[in-house]
Design a binder for this molecule. Sequence first.
Ligand SMILES: [Zn+2]
Length: 457
Amino acid sequence: MNNNGYRVVVDAGHGGADPGAVSGNLKEKDLTLKAANYMYNRFKELGIPVAITRDTDKTLTRSERLNTMRNTFGNDSKVLVLSNHINAGGGEGAEVVYPLRSNGTLANNILNEIGAKGQIKRKTYQRVLPENPSKDYYYIMRETPNTESLLIEYGFIDNPRDQQKLVNNIENYAEAVVKAVSEYIGVPYMLPGSDEVGDTYTVQRGDTLYSIARKYNTTVRELQELNNLSSNNLSIGQIIKIPQREIIDDVNTYTIKEGDSLYSIANRYNVNVQDLIDYNNLPSISVPVGTVIKIPGIGDTNNDLIYTVKPNDTLYRIANTYNVSVNDLINANNLTSNILTIGQQLIIPKVPVNETDYVVYEVQRGDTLYSIARKYNTKVDAIKSYNNLMSDILSIGQIIQIPLNPVNEVYDEYLIQKGDTLYSIARRFNTTVNDILAINNDLSSILSIGKTIKIPR
Ligand SMILES: [Zn+2]
């Protein structure tokens, strides 16, 4: 077995008569069981030797739990004990506790992977017994002398946002642990149910399909096909399959259509006519309709077109020419403004024709930028900049474009209510007044009701 000597003990915290943390109908023991069972099956699937402390809702004594942890695989640093828990007590996000004997690498990797699934990363840390600081606080660490015993707290059961995440994503977070562990022990990570070595990528904040395609030398279309994506929308934590690159046959081709000339094609792809002739061994400059020609200089290393900005070009005009959106251009080139300089080289991303990353919306009575942004899971700021709106005022019947790009946002928005203070808002979102002020340039200490402000995440 290719496990490099590592073995895993999965622990479902609490159970039976001990519910652990509780909030309404939600019980820690149920969430930890779900995470543990999921993980147990996944480790099996990956060929990693694994045991579990309980796979049903039953009460375990401390010694029963320890027995599985210490005696299934022995007691050395290649035994990983993963104890699953849910926090309580008024925080938000995930934590991983690691023993005094550990350097914390696995704990950090796990927290990072859980973070990549969209959960807030609080911290990894060690905790000592108050009466004896040379000993671990938690018995699962204290009583397992050599193993890498970790306590994973996925979120806070008494925090409404975490509650929702835990209910919806606990298995996703368990998958994050599986990924971190397989990377830590050097076992190829494969997606659930897959028998192929997973070239996969977990969507991070700020990613677009385009940026991922660039990173892996593939195209947006290929990613969409492989992952059955019907739009460009991604969510943080989503796992994307990455196509295996084929070394050959990765050249852009074009089929000659009625009315085409080598000149028009050369112009379109920003290459010269002689290059087209040479590259395709063409006998003459007149090429029959239906001939498939290869476009030099593109597709060999990546599939992008490079366009050189000409006088009077605008992003809008270039986008139209290449049947992409202005946003695609902005994303592909990491542009921070609409201003182009002559001679500037722009990457023209390959996006599926007709694929839009915005929707057209007609403003209805009662709409505000805020309500529209909410509806489409985007931000007031994003709509304003997409439409070059100078104010928040909309008129009924006004046509605006709503960009569909939720992953790019690194802040939440909040509509100021009567009675709010910066301090009360900061407390509510678990941030500070200074942090709020730092990302809201135009904010004064007197809040105006109905104004939208950014809340740092
Ligand atoms: Zn617990």
